[in-house]
Design a protein around this ligand. Structure first.
Ligand code: G16
Length: 544
């Protein structure tokens, strides 16, 4: 086997976004595109030479080819050991778990998360640091800088290796270990949750649930944990076989894209509990009978009930939420007397807080919840947390959430997404809003008075790094909020996200419909940003 050095030319568009580099599959298939980015990782993460790399992906189209390419390049770059999930598969939280457990030098995860897959779909790649978390901005910027100047990459001339048989093989001086992608993760879940108690819930035969894996990576994980370890009835996991094109669907666990499982929560045969996860297994949606738990509420309920759960019974050190996430968890933190951090969108911003033990739990409105057990958000973890809670509290999902609202007040919440809009129009809209910020405080919009208006900037309290322009916040004197930001994960044009929140302490009014409560705020938000005239869109693409 020979190491060859291949001449290449830099690409100008390899700057990682909110969560790694995400592009159309066809872009990644262009000659040298993937290789340039991977070599830039090896060039900047020099401790990988002689070290251990974890490698796996969500199984989408091009996953297998990319895994082979990266293994060959790892061998040519002197990586001593590569740990790969069987079939090239690893869910994002499982990858994080394995990176940490085996004290490795980091991992490469192949995923475009909730974005559609298939030959015309999306692909993605990101590097996770030895703490198991997505690389912070300092690291991704260094990788990006390298991609701008790269002139060659190293690879090995060798045939494809067998990714499907668990075991060990050698490629030059590199040891490649093909491991069971589920085992380490399942063991970690068993350590955190009371599996005996959850098993009793299913054993009684009175409790039924469905988990929608959306033809994506969590199928094998959910089947093993829910059906085999916890004794949920066969068929509990639906769409459980990972497909390269996710069955043609959009593996995003929200009310729109996971409608199949949502439908199972109403009607005469409704199940008691349902959930879904996304392409790479880090997102989650939680449902009760005829009841949807917003991700922001889910985080707040989890924080308020952590003491019921084995892995968190010793107490939680603090909590964090991304800026656009509702302030429901802030109220729980206040009651518990612990710190609550507001970070920019992107799981990478939680890493330092978790490592420094300033927080135990964190979450985002974008269907992400997690804890210090790994350094990624974790879909199945959230589902198991809820299952454990249902088993302990012996109440329904709806009762638990409504009781929470009565105690802390309800943060009504909704998000409008305008997908695939013209990039220039989107930038113009944000710039115009920025120009108006200084004049807004004290002004009246409809029946609301603006309390503050700013462009969110974050100073990491652990390493002092500063991230500016992380979204526009407009807060009103009654606690309501409008937030605008442009997505950092889309691959076509720009996506404008508008996040709306209204606080309701009055128990009598907590049962109102979200759409009705939000109507005035929607009017203000669309008018203020001149959305229709600037983007040509009267309606959002998705409302969650
Ligand atoms: C990623 C990030 C999340 C973020 C989400 C949406 O999730 O890890 O922190 O909330 O994207 O980001 P944006 O609003 O910029 O599109 P995932 O599940 O796509 O990796």
């Amino acid at each position: 086997m020979e190491i060859s050095t291949i001449k290449t030319q830099a690409f100008s568009d390899q700057r990682p976004g909110t969560s790694g580099l995400r592009k159309k599959v066809t872009i990644f298939q262009a000659p040298h595109y993937l290789e340039n980015f991977v070599q830039s990782i090896f060039d900047t993460r020099t401790d990988l030479k002689g070290g251990t790399l974890v490698l796996g992906g969500d199984g989408r189209h091009y996953n297998r080819q990319a895994i082979q390419t990266i293994i060959r390049m790892a061998a040519a770059n002197g990586v001593a050991r590569v740990i790969v999930g069987q079939g090239g598969l690893l869910s994002t939280p499982a990858a994080s778990c394995i990176i940490r457990k085996y004290r490795t030098n980091g991992g490469i995860i192949l995923s475009a998360s909730h974005n559609p897959g298939g030959p015309d779909g999306d692909f993605g790649i990101k590097f996770n640091t030895p703490n198991g978390g997505p690389a912070p901005e300092g690291v991704t910027e260094a990788i990006y800088a390298r991609t701008r100047e790269i002139g060659e990459y190293r690879t090995l001339t060798s045939g494809a290796i067998d990714l499907d048989t668990i075991g060990m093989l050698s490629l030059g001086n590199t040891r490649v270990e093909i491991i069971d992608p589920v085992a380490d993760y399942a063991a970690l879940m068993e350590a955190l949750f009371d599996f005996g108690r959850i098993r009793q819930l299913f054993d009684a035969g009175l409790f039924r649930m469905r988990f929608d894996a959306m033809h994506a990576i969590t199928g094998p994980y959910a089947k093993h944990i829910l059906e085999e370890m916890l004794g949920a009835e066969p068929g509990t996991v639906i769409n459980g076989i990972p497909r390269e094109d996710f069955g043609g669907g959009h593996p995003d666990p929200n009310l729109v894209h996971a409608h199949e499982v949502v439908a199972l929560t109403s009607g005469r045969k409704a199940v008691d509990f349902a959930a879904a996860s996304d392409g790479d297994g880090d997102r989650n949606m939680i449902l009760g009978r005829d009841f949807f738990v917003t991700p922001s509420d889910s985080l707040a309920v989890i924080a308020a009930n952590a003491h019921h759960i084995k892995g968190y019974a010793g107490g939680i050190s603090g909590v964090a939420r991304s800026m656009p996430t509702s302030q429901a968890v802030d109220r729980v933190a206040e009651m518990l007397g612990i710190d609550c951090y507001e970070t920019p969108t992107g799981w990478k911003f939680f890493g330092n807080l978790l490592d420094a033990n300033r927080i135990t739990l964190c979450g985002e409105e974008s269907f992400g919840t997690g804890s210090n057990h790994v350094r990624e958000k974790d879909g199945l973890w959230a589902v198991l947390f809820w299952l454990n809670l249902l088993a302990v509290r012996k109440q329904s999902v709806k009762e638990i959430v409504q009781e929470h609202w009565r105690r802390f007040g309800r943060n009504f919440y909704t998000r409008y997404d305008y997908e695939g809009i013209d990039t220039e129009a989107a930038n113009g809209l944000i710039t115009r809003l920025q120009e108006r910020l200084a004049d807004l405080p004290g002004s009246s919009l409809d029946s609301y008075t603006v309390d503050y208006a700013d462009s969110f900037a974050y100073t990491d309290p652990v390493d002092g790094s500063v991230s500016e322009n992380q979204g526009i916040r407009i807060g009103f004197t009654d606690g309501s909020r409008i937030v605008y930001r442009l997505s950092g994960t889309g691959t076509e044009g720009a996506t404008l996200r508008v996040y709306l929140e209204a606080y309701e302490p009055d128990r009598e009014k907590q049962g109102r419909k979200t759409a009705e409560v939000m109507k005035p705020l929607v009017g203000i938000a669309t008018g203020l940003a001149e959305i229709e005239s600037r983007t040509g869109r009267r309606e959002p693409t998705v409302i969650t």
